[in-house]
Ligand binder design. Sequence first.
Ligand code: 6R9
Length: 630
Amino acid sequence: MSDRIHTLSGYLHEYQKSATQPEEFWARIADSFYWRKRWDRVLKWNFDEPNVQWFVNGKLNITENIFERYLFTIGDRPAIIWEPSDPNEEGRTLTYKELYQEVCRFANALKSKGIGKGDKVIIYMPMVPEAAVAMLACARIGAIHSVVFAGFSSTALADRVNDCEAKAILTSDGNFRGSKKIAVKAIVDEALEKSSVETVIVYQRTKQDVTMKDGRDFWWHDVIASESAECVAEEMDSEDMLFILYTSGSTGKPKGVVHTTGGYMVYTKYSFENVFQYSSGDIYWCTADVGWITGHSYIVYGPLLAGATTLMFEGVPTYPDAGRFWAIVEKYKVNQFYTAPTAIRALQAYGTDVIQGYDLSSLKVLGSVGEPINEEAWHWYHTHIGQNRCPIVDTWWQTETGGIMVSPIAGITPTKPAYATLPLPGVQLCIVDPEGNELKGNSVEGNLCIKFPWPSMIRTTYGDHDRCKQTYFSTYKGMYFTGDGVKRDHDGYYRILGRVDDVINVSGHRMGTAEVENAINEHPKVIESAVVGYPHDVKGQGIYAYVICDMTNRTEDNLVNEIKEMVSKIIGPIAKPDKIQIVPGLPKTRSGKIMRRILRKVAENSLDNMGDTSTLLDPEVVTKIIEGRK
Ligand code: 6R9
């Protein structure tokens, strides 16, 4: 039976079924996969502990649902098409058969380095097919991967290596970023100074000089040289960990979101096929990096589980010029294109001349993810890229949800600019007021929660289950709290309004304000800091930092630059504040809490309505901050 939704009434019917008989609904979807042993029970759950188990006691290997499942039918179809950063370098295509062989070879190489079921492996790699090979090889042998975005600093990498007690790191000599070469291996070496990682495997990409530590570091091409292209998949339990992916929250330390095997597999394939309406033979391209959840679910797992052809691009949208995305769409005749609003806005700024001359007629569906898409960007995308022909799927979801939760079904759900529209089947949304009362009916606004489990949901935060409970399941009893504000309009359509917690979203990258503050506070001259987001034309949100400093013998300019460098070094360039204001004090309540609301208003430049400042210890400080604003 096909699980594809073809009509709006079909969607409504499926949604209804998924809400009234969730177990029957998901069992039917899951039955189309290959299980070594079928589950005993579809779902066991409670949101108090929380404890959620899908397809209980089912046994499987997710890679068998990519390879063994497709090799005989579509083995010669392209699985991954790779476009390098430099348009003059030759691209690569790996068919399902070739990808399978690469995965097996590398899986065997990992085994021969003593890595096996349950071991944690960090992947810190550029956007090359080997990054996907690395993920799938781990899954093949039951090792748990944790991909770290290769733009993160050595400190951020070390934190993640240590938190998950990684046994190995898979990396590259260097990365190409636009016209630059980044010395990736050197960053890894620095991160490993204080760690017990036993094995480092280095994929040669840029051919730059690196130091290889005897007995620890090995070249990718050497370790696979004599390995067999067959590797029997490890049998996994449905609830065995598939991967850990670190993401930022409102408190300082990034948390390791844990996803498990069975539910994640079922949900990513189902949502991929339906949202993008992928048809056999289509070329699908998601521009994310594999270091983010979007890359996991919708470059690697979802598309490959669906037997799709997924395009992977190593470079950036503006190299060698701002027409690069459109050149790639033309070159490969891309049918589904999935990117982030920040990229759309950045390209919009270059005008439409750079689009002219490219043939975009292959495009059928456009997608958006990572942050709210503003109406202007939506219309630009629709008119100039989609040529008023392609539906836009504005997909709302999170690292924690594992897959797309609210989105139009391409070409089926009528769209509305800036609206993620309706929940996918299986997703039971709930809008609550600050006290946790459900706001029923339409034309309401509040905090977005989810009241029933879905297969690809977060199971725990690695090494700290209580943190998972506190962060997501304690704010509103019996519900998963997303951290996002939302509006349900008169048609029952959902519009995501952005985070209501101390998480900011810069160019679609999640960052905790506390995380940035901690990095700023590392500077010896910094006494205290407070970070907020503010509206930014291209990035969606920019980072505004208010910093109290010891200015003895220092000028403001050099301190500001040093602080920016400090953040870049500790977290990575993506976290560098856009604006730093040195302030004499911070607005605090009598109990010592920083009133961020005020700082946000100043950063937004909306000074007419500062709200109640009567609880402030020193209201004078606000006047001084306003006077010195950037
Ligand atoms: C997939 C991903 C999650 C946060 C999420 C929300 C924002 C993502 C969105 C969106 C409005 C959309 N977000 N998609 N906001 N419309 N279509 O981005 O995961 O990196 O964990 O970020 O991103 O605020 O809570 P992640």
